[in-house]
Design a protein around this ligand. Sequence first.
Ligand code: AKB
Length: 315
Amino acid sequence: MKRIFITGALGQIGSELTVMLRKIYGTDNVMATDIRRNDSEAAQSGPFAIVDVTDGRKMVETAKQFKADTIIHMAALLSATAEANPVFAWNLNMGGLMNALETARELGCQFFTPSSIGAFGPSTPKDNTPQDTVQRPATMYGINKVAGELLADYYFHRFGVDTRGLRFPGLISYVAPPGGGTTDYAVEIYYEAIKNGKYTSYINKGTYMDMMYMPDALNAIVALMEADGAKLKHRNSFNVTAMSVDPEDIAAEIRKHIPGFELTYDVDPVRQSIAESWPNSLDASAAIEEWGFKAEYDLAKMTEDMLQKLREKLG
Ligand code: AKB
């Protein structure tokens, strides 16, 4: 990765990834693009262009002008928003991905795009979900992710594009908030713990999903992109995880720092049913064996850091 072109660079992952990649590869070598600009560090600290990922021509031209050798395609709707707007989700998630893959093919770029635990469905084994298993998701987001994994593998086998991907769990961060995901509760709970000492969860107790702290997710992207391609048996996409938790687990950990923290429930049937169709816990052994995946943060370490950083941020 030397000249990196990022779509959706102002989203939850992109806004931190852009800043990190500029530190590693040099500010001028990382171009952030998004559908609109804001005053975040990612938008202001280096090259930036407005790119709507559904406009394939504009994407190719902007990436060509920048002399990109790597495309990191982040722009996508998350699970709950996709479920509310399935046609728009298909057009944005699949159209955007197709344009990004075509840009990579035309310019000879290395390529990364994230998949998700959403690529699994109700008939997938729920515990220690294997790398290679049944993928029959019941959501538009999941259908997009499975189709995206297959499409990225197709571009590798058919056109030789060096495509790589990760199946991310819920990502937890104090920097940019997620928007429209099923796992967003696991971010909101920390904000509300600091602001109000209580949280009402839309995901029910006993609903286990995989989660990961953002620094581990960013390190995993860089490690996978830098890995020796000859050693990769899989490409799109690798299971990665750092913890499997339910709302009660997070609340119990928060109480070690904020003893009076209260957790109540007002379950949202749509997001609850999406969560129930996803795995309880993933098996990340293929990522560990093929390119040395490692997560540094467990629930305790993440909670300590998250609360400290949020206290600083929220004053
Ligand atoms: C979502 O909840 O939609 C995302 C994901 C797990 O892909 N955070």
